[in-house]
Write a protein that binds this ligand. Sequence first.
Ligand SMILES: [Fe+2]
Length: 237
Amino acid sequence: MGFIDIHSHILPGVDDGSRSMEESLEMLRIAEAEGVSCMIATPHYKQGRYRADKKELLDRLKMLREEAQQEGIGIRLHLGTEIFYRAGLEEKLMRQELGTLNDTDFLLVEFSPFEEYLYIRNAMEELLGMGYCPVAAHVERYQCLVKDATRAAQLRDMGCRIQVNTGSITGENGLGARHFVWKLLKRELVDYLGTDAHNTKTRRPAMRRCAELLYKKCSREYAQELLFENAARELFQ
Ligand SMILES: [Fe+2]
């Protein structure tokens, strides 16, 4: 089974990720060479900046799927959203205006790097109360969690999932991020991986080096859970 990337900005022209169909196709070619077989496109939703209109995103997804097929690219593509949390988001969610990960109850949620832990915890509680399973996007960015890794465990105990970026595992995102994600990995507190790919150069859909490190430093079972099993079980039933 190939790797599953649950966090990417591969849809063209909808956020600060891919700027064109050609760039998206090139990103897909890179991902395929990296061993990825399935990607969830998770365009940003941020009030006042990125609106992530569901219908528009589905149209783009359809176009990208068709172009990729014509190019002989075998990656399966699905839709999600990376939702920047703010108070009042619930109304938009209740109207089902924002896409969950592959139409499941799982919601990829982002916060400001300097957000307070209490705010994050309350937000997650709110989303859980609405019946969603929130997935905390790239937790290595949140200083309140980096300061105290037990907080990531607390979020997980509440029923949230924890996502880290592959570039943080390999060290491409700096030593601090690497140190923290490995602390989480050693305690098996991570559930999902995402490339968080935005382009073909500085933020590529890289997965292979990360997979090698996981197989080397974690148990085979846990590496497989992270690389594809958890996502296959929870997001692609
Ligand atoms: Fe992202």
